[in-house]
Design a protein around this ligand. Structure first.
Ligand code: HGY
Ligand code: MN
Ligand code: MN
Length: 417
């Protein structure tokens, strides 16, 4: 629809305003899920949506649905959205762009008095990042039936608080059963968080799928010993073993380059005293690749390295798989609407898969879904310096609006309006 244009200034103001909720001194955002600042930004989102006349519902995983009625209230909504939680030293755009662009699309429809065929919803998914409560995308995972709500409620953060208790404490445990709400389609706008669009000078990524990803939690147990009196050959140094395993993760990922990645993002040594040989080390492993078969091979290589290191250093190593998200192919109809949205908006495009995980990857299991990417500066994300320009954000929001309207028209035809 040529004449419906989002307001770039208003979207940018929203991005900058929400970035102040959990702002860090270095220009980033620290808004861990289910904390007081998460509550604050949720309250902001609710007020902004209700200010448009939307009704806001919250499910029992805390996910928020801002609904704008359409001609046919009996038809499941076409939804747009992403997440408002961030990494500990995250940026202003990861997640927030998708939620705020959805809000801006609703505002544009509201101001134009445009009646869609289906209801339209803007969604804020709880705990997409998985940083405070592992794994990532827990709420959309429960929505898709991958996790049970009870399992999610029992997940604990490093301080030992459970997801369920934190959700209750910020007052966002809704009555609606997560997953009971049906969607006609779901579209997620996100920064690419990688270098390709910028490098190729393309304005929009037509995201056709998401690569496979797996998380593991490893524990190495050796023996605490005196740093001064214990001869080197007598040591069972858990941190030395962990360091060799970190190197093994990197080596395995590089061996399956260019598509494989492997990261050890969190590592804790115990007792953590300068003059005690570490007796125990906990660390996480994140491995990703477009093909599960390669991840299987990488997993075997890591286990073989762990066995060898355990023998060499007389330690024990356990590696528990805690999350496995298979590769996802998005819905052709939704992809076509994204393509049409970019065409009518006049933006250059490139097809691509997402290397990052997103809620759309789980939603795709229960509703047709697709994603839209815009470039970000130097492909940097999960970093306080994360940046996308006002123009790039606006382009993404415009394509999001047009994709939803294209899908709405197709739905109307399907229902024989
Ligand atoms: O880990 C991811 O890919 C996402 O940013 N949570
Ligand atoms: Mn994200
Ligand atoms: Mn992220």
């Amino acid at each position: 629809m040529k004449n419906l244009t989002i307001d770039a200034e208003r979207l940018w103001d929203d991005l900058m305003q929400t970035a102040r909720i959990g702002a860090t001194p270095n220009g980033g955002v620290r808004r861990l899920t289910l904390t007081e600042v998460d509550r604050e930004v949720r309250d902001w989102f609710r007020a902004a949506a209700e200010g448009l006349g939307c009704t806001v519902s919250v499910d029992d995983m805390g996910t928020m649905f801002a609904r704008r009625p359409g001609q046919r209230g009996d038809i499941p909504p076409i939804a747009m959205g992403s997440h408002l939680d961030t990494q500990p030293s995250g940026g202003k755009f990861d997640g927030a762009l998708g939620v705020l662009a959805a809000l801006e699309a609703l505002r544009t429809l509201h101001e134009a008095g445009y009646e869609t065929f289906a209801p339209i919803e803007a969604i804020n998914w709880t705990n997409e990042e998985g940083s405070r409560f592992a794994p990532a995308m827990i709420a959309s995972g429960v929505f898709a039936g991958v996790f049970t709500r009870e399992w999610a409620y029992g997940r604990t953060d490093p301080a030992g608080e459970t997801f369920g208790a934190a959700l209750q404490r910020i007052g966002y445990r809704g009555e609606e059963e997560c997953g009971s709400r049906k969607l006609s389609a779901f579209f997620e706008l996100h920064i690419e968080q990688g270098p390709h669009l910028e490098a190729e000078g393309k304005q929009i990524g037509v995201v056709t799928g998401v690569q496979a990803m797996r998380w593991y939690e490893a524990t190495v147990r050796g023996e605490e010993a005196h740093a001064g009196t214990t001869p080197m050959p007598r040591r069972r140094d858990a941190l030395l073993a962990a360091a060799r395993l970190v190197e093994a993760v990197n080596r395995t990922a590089c061996a399956h380059a260019p598509d494989a990645v492997g990261t050890v993002g969190r590592l804790e040594t115990r007792p953590g005293s300068p003059n005690v040989v570490p007796g125990e080390v906990f660390f996480t492993i994140d491995m990703r690749h477009p093909h599960a078969a390669v991840l299987d091979r990488m997993e075997s290589e890591i286990h073989a390295a762990a066995d060898q290191i355990a023998r060499d250093l007389a330690v024990s190593v356990t590696i528990a798989a805690i999350w496995s998200q298979p590769a996802v192919r998005f819905d052709e109809g939704c992809i076509a609407s994204v393509r049409e949205g970019a065409r009518v908006s006049g933006f250059s495009t490139r097809d691509m898969i997402s290397r990052a995980g997103h809620d759309a990857a789980y939603v795709a299991r229960v509703a047709p879904a697709a994603m839209i990417f815009v470039p970000c500066k130097d492909g940097v994300s999960h970093n306080e310096a994360e940046f996308a320009s006002k123009e790039q954000c606006a382009a993404g929001a415009q394509v999001l609006l047009q994709a939803v309207l294209d899908y709405d028209r197709k739905l109307a035809e399907r229902y024989g309006r």
